[in-house]
Design a protein around this ligand. Structure first.
Ligand code: ATP
Ligand code: MG
Length: 240
C-alpha cells in the first residue's frame, strides 16, 4: 500500500497532569474520508489540535506524507497542506466573508492568480458565500458560518482537511448540505479527517472510522463494518 497521508504512531498528549491521548494510532490514505467518533471528552478535538501542532505529543510520532511533523510549528504544518475547521466554527465576526476567506489563503497571499482561483473554487462550492461576500461574518446564521469556516479552510488548497464536528448545531437540511460538500471536496482529491457526534451520517460518507474512548482507540475499520457493530449502535445511534 502507498504511504499514508497522515500517520499517528503511539501518540500521547497531556494537558498539565491530565493524560488525554493514551497511545493512539491512526492512518489516513490519500483520497479517504476517515471519521473519528467517540463520546464527550474522549480526545477527539485534542486529536485535531495535535495534528495542527497546537498540542504537542509528549510521546509518539506524527508523519504527513512521510515527513515527521510533530515538532513543527502550526504555521509550518499549515504550509505543508493541512487545514483544520475548528470546533464551533470560529470565524472572525467583525470581518466580512471576503476578509475571512482572504485570511484563510494567507500562505498563498503573494500568488494573486492562485488567490483568484481559490476564490472561484470556494464560491462554486458555496454560492451563498459569493452573494454574501460583503456581509460581516458575525451576522451570518450558524449554518452559513459553518460554510464560511469550511470555505476558509479550503482557501489554502489543503491536501488534508480536518474538521471538528462540522454538523454541530445545524438544522437537518444544513447537515445534509455540509455532508454533501464534504463528499464533493473529497471527490476533488482532498483527504478528509472528520470528527462527528453524528455517527450514523459520518459513517455513511466515510470510508473508514476510528472510535475513541477515554483517549484510546477501541474500534476501527471500514465504515460499513462499524455501522453494524453493537458498540456503535448502542453508544452513538441510540439503538438498544
Ligand atoms: N486546554 C485544555 N486544558 C486542560 N484540559 C483540557 C484542555 N482541552 C481539553 N481538555 C480536557 O481534555 C479532555 C479531552 O478533551 P477534548 O476536547 O479532546 O474532547 P472531545 O472528545 O473533543 O469532547 P467533545 O465531544 O465534548 O467535544 C477533556 O477532559 C477536556 O476537559
Ligand atoms: Mg470536541
Amino acid at each position: 500500500m502507498s504511504e499514508p497521508v497522515l500517520k499517528f504512531e503511539d501518540v500521547h498528549t497531556y494537558y498539565g497532569p491530565l493524560h488525554v491521548l493514551k497511545g493512539v494510532n491512526y492512518e489516513l490514505y490519500a483520497g479517504e474520508i476517515v471519521c473519528l467518533l467517540g463520546g464527550n471528552a474522549s480526545g477527539k478535538s485534542t486529536t485535531m489540535k495535535t495534528v495542527l501542532g497546537i498540542v504537542k505529543p509528549s510521546q509518539g510520532k506524527i508523519t504527513y506524507c512521510g515527513e515527521r511533523i510533530d515538532r513543527l510549528d502550526t504555521s509550518q504544518i499549515i504550509e505543508r497542506g493541512i487545514a483544520v475547521v475548528p470546533e464551533a466554527r470560529r470565524v472572525f465576526p467583525r470581518m466580512t466573508v471576503q476578509e475571512n476567506l482572504e485570511l484563510g489563503a494567507f500562505i498563498h497571499r503573494s500568488d494573486k492568480r492562485g488567490l483568484q482561483e481559490s476564490f472561484e473554487h470556494v464560491f462554486s462550492l458555496f454560492p451563498r458565500l459569493k452573494e454574501r461576500r460583503n456581509q460581516l461574518a458575525g451576522t451570518m446564521s450558524g449554518g452559513e458560518q459553518q460554510m464560511l469556516a469550511m470555505a476558509r479552510a479550503l482557501m489554502c488548497r489543503p491536501k488534508l482537511l480536518c474538521m471538528d464536528e462540522p454538523s454541530m448545531g445545524l438544522a437537518p437540511s444544513f447537515v445534509n448540505q455540509v455532508f454533501e460538500i464534504i463528499q464533493q471536496i473529497n471527490r476533488e482529491g482532498t483527504t478528509i479527517f472528520v470528527v462527528e457526534q453524528n455517527a450514523n451520517m459520518a459513517l455513511r460518507i466515510a470510508h473508514r472510522g476510528y472510535v475513541l474512548q477515554t483517549g484510546q482507540v477501541v474500534l476501527s475499520g471500514p465504515a460499513r463494518d462499524l455501522l453494524g457493530t453493537e458498540l456503535i449502535r448502542q453508544a452513538y445511534l441510540g439503538e438498544v
